[in-house]
Design a protein around this ligand. Structure first.
Ligand SMILES: [Cu+2]
Length: 383
């Protein structure tokens, strides 16, 4: 028993000493080697805890190795030919049980205090629902009815080493999470498909995003700036491709931003509810078809024989409105036909209607158009 304990203890101290020696050598790069202090009161508390415990380990290491080396030096065979034969020493054994126990308690007290303040789930000034998807994040500002996806924007050529990698390689997104400085922001974190994890080191937040559960995290960031994090739970093929970028701005700038977002959401909702005519949808749909579909289905809707089916005269496009919505929303498993569900309701309706009205399809089929409300309905029925 004693042997096992001293073995573990000496492993611990050796590790500490090796670490200390390394850090000493790299003293100039100490800051890079050490944990960062982060940007919030909590992250600094975590840093202080880390340093406190680090120095406790250093002290223990110095003490234990000091005694060890001293004994090796002071009790050599030459100096001390007759070894002592004592066995068991209750006092010493009590001491090496009680002292580590006290040290552990001394470390647990500040650690628990910090943990307690981390696990505060009271409402924030701003409350944001964070949803993990394979492989992107969705953010919903609960007070303001604003919601958007945040997608990786790193160029595929950088990923495949065709061009040099940029400064923020795999750490850049199309839409950042914007939050006001100095305000409590609460994140309600969950996932839509598999387990992800929302990790923002500068805020000392690392919270699992689990389907069907809502975990909370909170922060108050004093300094405006850009902060970057990533998904930190292996969530499938593109796990490394779903970064997090948070932009902290002053309250005025935040108000402007959220108002813009709200206005855009209202404009989009109005467009969605509007009564669209076939001609209006076709007009909008044409350019969407060109950017999203021609690579496979071709400008004339004929497709490429044997690879990409023609949409001109396709049964689905002629007579199966519901089926076509489903194909566009879900994609076709195992085929090059991916889901286009990231298009807005208006865009989705427009591109589908374009295919139903072009190349003589309107005359040959049922000629029905798909309006944005159909897409809204499809999404609602799915939930
Ligand atoms: Cu993930």
């Amino acid at each position: 028993m004693t042997n096992v304990r001293s073995l573990i203890c000496s492993f611990k101290t050796q590790f500490t000493v090796i670490f200390f020696a390394l850090s000493n050598k790299a003293i100039a790069e100490w800051d890079e080697l050490n944990m960062t202090q982060g940007a919030t009161a909590i992250s600094r508390e975590v840093y202080d805890l880390h340093m406190l415990i680090f120095w406790i380990c250093v002290a223990i290491g110095v003490l234990v190795f000091g005694v060890m080396f001293y004994s090796m030096y002071a009790f050599t065979k030459k100096k001390n030919p007759v070894a002592a034969t004592f066995h068991e020493n209750t006092k010493v054994e009590l001491a090496w049980t009680i002292i580590p126990f006290l040290i552990l308690i001394a470390m647990a007290v500040p650690a628990s205090k910090t943990l307690q303040s981390i696990y505060n789930d009271e409402a924030g000034d701003v409350n944001i629902q964070v949803v993990g998807y394979q492989w992107k994040w969705q953010y919903r500002y609960l007070e303001d009815d604003v919601s958007f996806f945040s997608n990786l924007t790193t160029d595929l050529d950088e990923i495949y080493n065709k061009v040099p990698k940029g400064e923020n390689y795999l750490q850049e997104v199309d839409e950042m999470v914007v939050i006001p400085a100095g305000k409590k922001v609460r994140f309600l974190i969950t996932a839509n498909d598999v387990i992800h994890s929302w990790w923002m080191p500068a805020f000392a937040i690392k919270q699992d995003a689990i389907p069907g559960f809502i975990n909370t995290a909170w922060t108050i960031v004093d300094e405006p700036g850009l902060y970057r994090g990533k998904c930190t739970e292996l969530c499938g093929k593109n796990h490394g491709f779903m970064p997090i970028v948070v932009k902290v701005v002053e309250q005025d700038e935040y108000d402007l931003w959220i108002n813009d977002k709200k206005a855009a959401a209202i404009a989009m909702a109005e467009l969605t509810e509007k009564d669209w005519s076939a001609a209006e949808l076709v007009e909008r749909g044409e350019s969407l078809y060109v950017t999203n579909c021609v690579a496979c289905h071709q400008v004339n809707g004929q497709g490429i024989a044997g690879i990409f089916p023609g949409l001109a005269g396709s049964d689905v496009v002629l007579n199966d409105k519901a089926g076509q919505i489903e194909i566009l929303m879900e994609g076709i498993q195992g085929a090059a036909m991916n889901s286009f569900s990231y298009l807005s309701e208006v865009e989705m309706a427009a591109v589908i209607t374009y295919t139903r009205q072009s190349w003589g399809n309107a005359e040959k089929g049922d000629g029905e158009i798909v309006v944005p409300k159909d897409i809204v309905e499809y999404k609602q029925n799915k939930i």
